[in-house]
Design a protein around this ligand. Sequence first.
Ligand SMILES: *Cc1c(COP(=O)(O)O)cnc(C)c1O
Length: 405
Amino acid sequence: MFTVNENFLKLPGSYLFATIAKKVSAFQEANPDREIIRLGIGDVTQPLAPAVIEAMHKAVDEMSAASTFRGYAPERGYEFLREVVAKNDYQANGCDITADEIFISDGAKCDSANIQELFGLDSVIAVCDPVYPVYLDSNVMAGRTGLYNAETGRFDHVVYLPCTEENRFLPELPKERADIIYLCFPNNPTGEVITKKDLQVWVDYANKNGSVIIFDAAYEAYITEDGIPHSIYECEGAKTCAIELRSFSKKAGFTGVRLGFSVVPKELKCGDVSLHALWLRRQGSKYNGTPYIVQKAGEAVYSAEGKKQIDEQISRYMKNAATIRNGLIDAGFTAYGGVNSPYIWMKTPDQMTSWEFFDYLLDKAGVVGTPGAGFGPSGEHFFRLTAFGSYENSLKALDRIKKFC
Ligand SMILES: *Cc1c(COP(=O)(O)O)cnc(C)c1O
């Protein structure tokens, strides 16, 4: 008889957002007349920018003629896209990253889940707590962790880096061995950021200790303040210790279109072994490329028109973020994030647990957020709200929270 990958059985419960969706649909069924405002899952709501739509239409038309039809895409992605990415996201920012160090993908969730395949099972991972669940779950499934301890809410053989109010949601360097370090800034879920100076400390640590940093920059487009790095390659020495992941999902509303990329610098090595070569091999063997139409859509994000339209979209979301954040603070709540990211990390009132607050808010106010504990034990007593709704709904949600809490 076959056996199963028992590592999967170590995972507690269901995926966080599946649990939330279940609770919300049960509530809606029991209360069909109640209007629910969803500021839970981090999905965008604005339509694709006109420049993107135009590029997609054009690409579709190209598929209709034999002379311009495209089949399988090149394994690393089309050069037209990798070139504009290298130029706009890196070289324009003083980062020495070239087009051939970029791997186009169908998004950062897959990349952040797949990248661990490059490393030995005896490598120790370090994750922030709270954390975007994919980094941890993908390593659990691969067998790189021990068992889950329900009492502590933690897996054995994983280094947790608590991000709390006390350290202003900035992890401290690990005291124990950490080989693969996942960092995400601007952070999901806390909405907080790291300065270039503080990120440099992590890069120096990784180079000194032979660690690799997986830097998830899915929210870099939301940075509004100076001194906050958009890329880890703004730090000196990052090319020998860091892989960066980016996504068009939050930047340009591609959550349903699917486009992202990873950067694996050629200097990044484990002894003589190039991680770039391993990743190329992995993608070539297991991934068959992002659709041409989608890569053309991505290229349009970097056109003059596209840039302008996308800046406007992000400004609209950031207006929501400021409204929610400042509204909560003015009303006496404690709230973080929302300045360089679309997430607001609010402290639950009256010492409620984050799931208690979730149920309370859904029941009383019809507002859905995400319980902090779902992202890790240090997320307890916090609650994540997103700025991805409409302005009208952001205001309405704020008013309802103020009314019932
Ligand atoms: C949304 C998100 C992603 C990626 O999303 P894709 O849609 O798969 O590109 C990656 N990392 C974090 C932290 C996110 O919140």
